[in-house]
Design a protein around this ligand. Structure first.
Ligand code: BGC
Length: 269
């Protein structure tokens, strides 16, 4: 039995693809037929494992190390990716981290680190991807669009988060960065959208799901009654990267089991 490959012939770059949501997205893009650049900052072995998984499925993949908050490293990574694959059609700007602290204890270092990686990192990668999309233009046999950018946001682009001011600010910034890019780049044939995951079982939030007690408390925030899995986000990313979503521009797709539906009001208010 063969399955359709909606991304056949396309080249993708996923940042932070050695673990968590990025890893799930990268593998799914490969299954959908795309060749994938696996960006990682640390943990080369984990990135190599993702490369091997994608290659075993029949698509090509390479791992490239770069700190997405460094302009020179981002430039070098895109140059290398384009040299290897010829071009790029899809960017999933996913790399992100948390450095949590109560507000009065949040150091400037923690504030800046999270903004640099989560927000400036997406800006730098989107800019580099856009330059390549514009250089190459539309190739109708590959995709109706000149390129697709998917920004990994979070439910915290709308839900304020005590103890995580830096993280929530970075995600709120991604919302307007994404929308501003979408408005500016749509006339040039580039589609920019975002995914806002809720609580997904990954290393970033282990403390929220790894004990029965923590999971029970987490589930009170999720109307659908289960934690998300990286595959839930990966399916949305494949759709947003494919021509199936060709008329979708500047949208944030919430993939959150209903977390943004104010679950506290189900029985209150
Ligand atoms: C955060 C997770 C958190 C989830 C829901 C994500 O963006 O990275 O730590 O569990 O939002 O609150």
């Amino acid at each position: 039995m063969t399955f359709p490959k909606p991304l056949a012939g396309q080249k993708a770059l996923v940042t932070g693809a050695n673990s968590g949501i990025g890893k799930g997205v990268a593998i799914a893009l490969g299954v959908a037929g795309a060749d994938v650049v696996i960006n990682y900052e640390t943990d080369k072995d984990a990135a190599t494992e993702v490369v091997d998984t994608i290659r075993a499925g029949g698509a090509n993949a390479i791992a490239l190390q770069a700190d997405v908050s460094s302009p020179s490293e981002v430039d070098a990574m895109f140059a290398r990716a384009i040299e290897e694959f010829g071009t790029l059609d899809i960017l999933v700007a996913n790399a992100g981290l948390q450095q949590d602290a109560p507000f009065t204890e949040m150091t400037l270092e923690k504030w800046s680190k999270v903004l640099d990686v989560n927000l400036t990192g997406q800006f730098l990668c989107a800019q580099a991807a856009t330059r390549e999309f514009l250089r190459r233009g539309v190739v109708p046999s590959v995709s109706r669009a000149a390129g697709k950018i998917i920004c990994m946001s979070s439910v915290h682009q709308v839900i304020p988060w005590a103890g995580h001011a830096n993280y929530a600010t970075s995600k709120g910034g991604i919302k307007l960065l994404m929308e501003s890019m979408a408005q500016e780049l749509a006339p040039k044939g580039i589609r920019v959208n975002a995914i806002a995951p809720g609580a997904v079982r990954t290393p970033i939030n282990t403390s929220a799901w790894s004990t029965a007690e923590a999971l029970k408390s987490l589930l009170t925030l999720i109307p659908y009654g289960r934690i998300g899995e990286p595959e839930d986000i990966a399916r949305a990313a494949v759709w947003l990267a494919s021509d199936e979503s060709d008329y979708v521009i500047g949208t944030t797709l919430f993939v959150d089991g209903g977390m943004t539906l104010y679950p506290g009001f189900a029985t209150g208010g």
